[in-house]
Design a protein around this ligand. Structure first.
Ligand SMILES: Cc1cc2nc3c(=O)[nH]c(=O)nc-3n(C[C@H](O)[C@H](O)[C@H](O)COP(=O)(O)OP(=O)(O)OC[C@H]3O[C@@H](n4cnc5c(N)ncnc54)[C@H](O)[C@@H]3O)c2cc1C
Length: 319
């Protein structure tokens, strides 16, 4: 029987639920038990989805205290002998998971986007390699546990396997507090959530000088503006509108890639896009091979002409 622990970070419970699909793909038909770790009772979202909720009940355990949480996860791992420990690749998960892996001397695979199995049915993890234009196929060293961080929105949990969830309250776990104190908190309200939008008008280096032209087009088509890294680097968008490995994974019905080359760190976030149209002066750019329609030419001219055409059509419609 396999056992896995999924950490349900309070701010990221909906993404943590997606990790249950990782377990389904990881273990296939083999029996497994799924444990959710929650802190001070944020486990409602796990009800019916996991076998056990391990709820640590101790007000001294602050949800931002990485040192204390490393103690907690490590202790639980020794008690329950987990095969896999899963964390959402959020800002918090990205720093907590490697700490846990080091403490346990465990294999660590970061930012996975897919799971496969080799000829011997051993799991392989797909993840973009940092700093290079490659996707890595990674096999963890033998032994357990294996610690994984999973990119948000790359796995979809369909909720088809309803479970009887047992609650285990843990009030006497020992941990060493990290000695940090939260003085104030500013919630980051994301008014431009590109991750659940139907149409994205996305600009890259090839349209950087005319990037402001994208907003009227997005408005006319009832979509949103997103972008690749050079646009973020020029401060033309907030980080919440960045598509890619360091930004968001997106799943619109239509993604218009205007002057975007298609680097691996960008396209890794496009796996669930239904249709891609790209406009590029170089038809050999990698994004073109992923696109259903490729327009060969200047992206700014394309945006200008398309907007004029929409305006014309709209004015005829109201005549
Ligand atoms: C660790 C790491 C993380 C990263 N994370 C991300 C990430 O999350 N998201 C991301 O996007 N990038 C990320 N990057 C950067 C990534 O590697 C690329 O550098 C970046 O995606 C390139 O953006 P681009 O295609 O818009 O620009 P460019 O590489 O400058 O490409 C511009 C494209 O526009 C075309 N073009 C030029 N002029 C025109 C024109 N007038 N009209 C039409 N087309 C034109 C060119 O042919 C080219 O294909 C990351 C890199 C690293 C190392």
């Amino acid at each position: 029987m396999h056992r896995a622990l999924v950490y349900f970070e309070k701010e990221n419970c909906q993404h943590a639920v997606q990790l249950l699909e990782v377990l389904r793909q990881l273990y296939g038909n083999e029996a497994f038990e799924c444990y959710a770790l929650t802190i001070n009772g944020n486990g409602q979202v796990c009800q019916g989805k996991v076998d056990y909720v391990l709820d640590v009940q101790n007000q001294a355990l602050k949800p931002y205290d990485q040192r204390a949480l490393t103690d907690v996860v490590s202790t639980l791992c020794k008690t329950y002998d987990f095969d896999h420990l899963l964390f959402v690749a959020s800002h918090f998960g990205r720093t907590l998971a490697p700490r846990v892996a080091i403490r346990l001397g465990a294999a660590f695979v970061s930012e996975i986007t897919a799971v496969r199995h080799d000829a011997d049915s051993q799991p392989q993890f797909i993840a973009p390699e940092a700093g290079v234009q490659n996707i890595g196929v990674i096999k963890a060293k033998a032994g357990k546990p294996v610690v994984l961080t999973v990119r948000p929105d790359t796995f979809q949990y369909d909720g088809s396997q309803e479970k009887t969830t047992k609650q285990i309250k843990l009030s006497d776990l020992e941990f060493k507090a990290g000695g940090i104190r939260q003085i104030s908190r500013h919630d980051n309200v994301d008014n431009n959530d590109i991750s659940d939008c139907e149409l994205l008008i996305s600009g890259g280096g090839g349209i950087a000088k005319h990037f402001e032209a994208l907003a009227p087009l997005a408005k006319a088509l009832r979509g949103k503006v997103s972008a690749s890294r050079p646009i973020l680097d020029r401060d033309l968008i907030p980080r919440s509108a960045l598509v890619g490995q360091s930004g968001k994974t997106v799943s619109p019905r239509l993604y218009m890639a205007l002057g975007i080359h298609g680097a691996i760190q960008h396209v890794v976030a496009l796996e669930r896009v239904e249709h891609i149209i790209s406009v590029n002066t170089n038809v050999n750019a990698p994004i073109c091979s992923l696109s259903e329609i490729v327009v060969h030419g200047d992206a700014a001219t394309f945006v200008d002409k398309m907007l004029k055409k929409i305006m014309e059509d709209n004015s005829h419609a109201t005549d």
